[in-house]
Ligand binder design. Structure first.
Ligand SMILES: Cc1cc2nc3c(=O)[nH]c(=O)nc-3n(C[C@H](O)[C@H](O)[C@H](O)COP(=O)(O)OP(=O)(O)OC[C@H]3O[C@@H](n4cnc5c(N)ncnc54)[C@H](O)[C@@H]3O)c2cc1C
Ligand SMILES: *[C@@H]1O[C@H](CO)[C@@H](O)[C@H](O)[C@H]1NC(C)=O
Ligand SMILES: *[C@@H]1O[C@H](CO)[C@@H](O)[C@H](O)[C@H]1NC(C)=O
Length: 539
């Protein structure tokens, strides 16, 4: 081809591309300086970029509402191939830009931000169970094996996965408390709830993944195929690839759930009963959690639908006398035929537990309404304008051997200084259900507690809650409590090194291999993002 023809073609394609971008984003949105202009030569990519202020604003904030960072553009892929094309482009570009998958932005510390880069709105792939994005395979090779699974797009929310699988009488077995989170988002972290003591976190219940790595390559991986990438991605904080499909283990869905809440006034007794209920010799319940009810959090809209007004009055009375009380929450799954059996067994079991006499409350619900139990609370909070508040949440995994010290220093100490609003979850889970090959980091002890301080700030501001969080971490460090943060957030690489401990070198090695230009999920703040280009190092 002669050079003038080539030039002509170039001009035409630039013209087309700029026309395209103008019609798409409106005249008021100039091309962002942090994105290479030659992206305009790729209309297949450029046509799916949004530069309008609304799209940018949405991608600049998250559930935490603690910080903001604007991307240069938001990308709305219509297929995983689009995502691959975008990543490949950035990787090959002399001016690479950061890329963050955004599930539903339910992070609280900007983990799904891409300052000056591109946020991929995963929802565009087919949110809400979009056509062909959730496929259930009911596979029972013989009588003794049950290996059904669901293939779900990484952008799918767990609530939609649940609906689709229930239609076939099946369901995933490990959950989060709240289901309006995406498959890719929770699998990048862990995905924990009261079922984890039996089945492990959600990341321990995945057979296979489709991942787009930091070079733009699409890789199908599992324990047997590209296993290194598979293990790295699960719990990998979005650092090694974008999950576009996950194959998740299913079990036959139970029909109903008998759900109990038991009130304690003594932390040690509460914790001992919880530990009993998760011990393998005592596997009666399918779900075990618990929470702290501080005097002022008892009438919290998150929790009240379970109790009658009269129950709540009695519980509040108990709380007023004791300051802080504890609520053990546990559930048995069953099919309707076995109902009377459940009653008998449950009664026997309750007799062996040490809650305050007369303070056992029982509920009976469908499996769906049990798993989706937080949704009513969300709607209530939304209607009161209490959902979109700052959420300086702190989630810690605390070794069982130190949980009483933690109670003394934190629950009975630091937390009593301020009145704040929101649930405080405390429940034990078991290390042997976590696959040690995955990226997620947990304490080095057989049993550890998940402690979720899910507090909302009030109009007075949230800084005092951040001070409180800092005090809690400092207290643990000083007391030598070897906790790990869940949904971690750190600002220096030194802290990340400490978080990963002996797993750090492997984490860095995987990063160099699968995302060598550190394009992906820069909001985690683990590796310097490409705007601050420098070769990756261990420091
Ligand atoms: C009300 C509420 C309740 C919660 N309850 C629980 C709970 O019970 N248990 C629990 O474990 N967690 C819980 N979480 C935390 C939740 O797991 C995290 O917020 C998680 O990040 C999922 O949110 P998301 O899907 O919106 O992901 P985002 O916040 O959008 O993304 C999280 C991180 O993952 C990356 N990412 C997103 N999608 C992908 C993908 N497809 N591939 C690769 N990386 C990706 C992002 O870049 C970002 O770094 C809760 C959060 C909220 C707000
Ligand atoms: C579901 O199946 C359809 C048809 O085979 C396929 O095109 C689609 O990619 C599948 N989706 C997932 C998420 O595996
Ligand atoms: C929280 O407690 C600290 C220490 O007691 C106090 O100084 C501060 O004013 C309190 N803040 C709020 C918002 O209650």
């Amino acid at each position: 081809m002669n050079s003038s023809l080539c030039f002509l073609m170039l001009i035409t394609s630039i013209a087309t591309a700029s026309l395209l971008s103008i019609s798409m984003v409106g005249h008021t949105n100039p091309w962002p300086s942090s994105l290479p202009r030659d992206l305009l030569l790729r209309p297949d990519i450029a046509a799916k970029l949004r530069l309008d202020p609304e799209s940018l604003a949405l991608a600049s904030t998250d559930f935490g509402r603690l910080n903001h960072a604007a991307p240069a553009a938001v990308f709305c892929p219509s297929s995983p191939l689009d995502v691959a094309a975008l990543v490949e482009f950035s990787y090959a570009s002399p001016a690479p830009f950061a890329i963050a998958a955004r599930g539903r932005g339910h992070s609280v510390r900007g983990q799904a931000f891409a300052a000056g880069g591109v946020v991929v709105r995963m929802e565009a792939l087919g949110g809400g169970g979009g056509e062909g994005r959730i496929n259930v395979t009911d596979y029972r090779p013989d009588d003794s094996r049950f290996m059904s699974y669901v293939d779900a797009g990484g952008e799918q929310m767990w609530i939609d996965v649940l609906h689709a699988t229930l239609e076939r009488g099946l369901a995933p077995r490990s959950w989060t408390d709240y289901l309006y989170l995406t498959v890719g988002g929770t699998l990048s972290n862990g995905g924990i709830s009261g079922q984890a003591f039996r089945h492990g976190p959600q990341i321990s219940n995945v057979y296979e993944l489709d991942v787009i790595t930091g070079t733009g390559e699409m890789v199908t991986c599992s324990e047997d195929e590209h296993s290194e990438l598979f293990f790295a991605v699960l719990g990998g904080l979005g650092q090694f690839g974008i999950i576009t499909r996950a194959r998740i283990a299913l079990e036959p869905a139970p029909q109903r759930v008998r759900w109990v809440r038991l009130i304690y006034t003594d932390f040690a007794t509460f914790a001992a009963d919880q530990e009993r209920l998760i011990s393998p010799s005592n596997e009666y319940f399918h779900y075990v959690e618990g929470s702290l009810l501080m005097d002022h959090t008892i009438i919290s809209s998150w929790r009240s639908s379970f109790f009658s007004g009269e129950d709540l009055d009695r519980i509040s009375g108990l709380g007023a006398r004791h300051g802080t009380i504890y609520c053990l929450e546990a559930s048995v799954y069953y099919d309707s035929v076995a109902s009377s059996f459940v009653d008998q067994e449950l009664e026997l079991l309750l007799e062996s537990l040490n809650f305050v006499p007369g303070f056992a409350f029982t509920n009976d619900v469908t499996y769906l309404s049990f798993l989706d139990r937080m949704h009513d609370g969300e709607l209530k909070l939304r209607s009161m304008g209490l959902w979109d508040l700052p959420h300086p949440w702190l989630n810690l995994l605390v070794p069982k051997s130190r949980i009483l010290d933690f109670d003394q220093g934190v629950f009975k100490g630091i937390l009593t200084r301020n009145h704040s609003f929101g649930p405080i979850l405390v429940y034990p889970t078991t290390k042997n259900k976590w696959d040690g090959r995955l990226s997620a980091v947990i304490p080095d002890e057989e049993i550890f507690y998940a402690v979720g301080l899910l507090l909302s700030a009030t109009a007075e501001g949230w800084e005092y809650l951040e001070d409180q969080n800092r005090d809690i971490v400092q207290f643990c460090d000083q007391a030598g409590i070897r906790f790990k943060k869940y949904l971690p957030h750190y600002t220096t690489q030194e802290e990340w090194r400490k978080h990963f401990g002996t797993a750090w070198d492997k984490f860095v090695e995987m990063k160099q291999k699968h995302d060598p230009k550190a394009l992906l999920s820069p909001g985690q703040g683990i590796f310097p993002s490409p705007s601050a280009v420098q070769p990756l190092s261990k420091y």
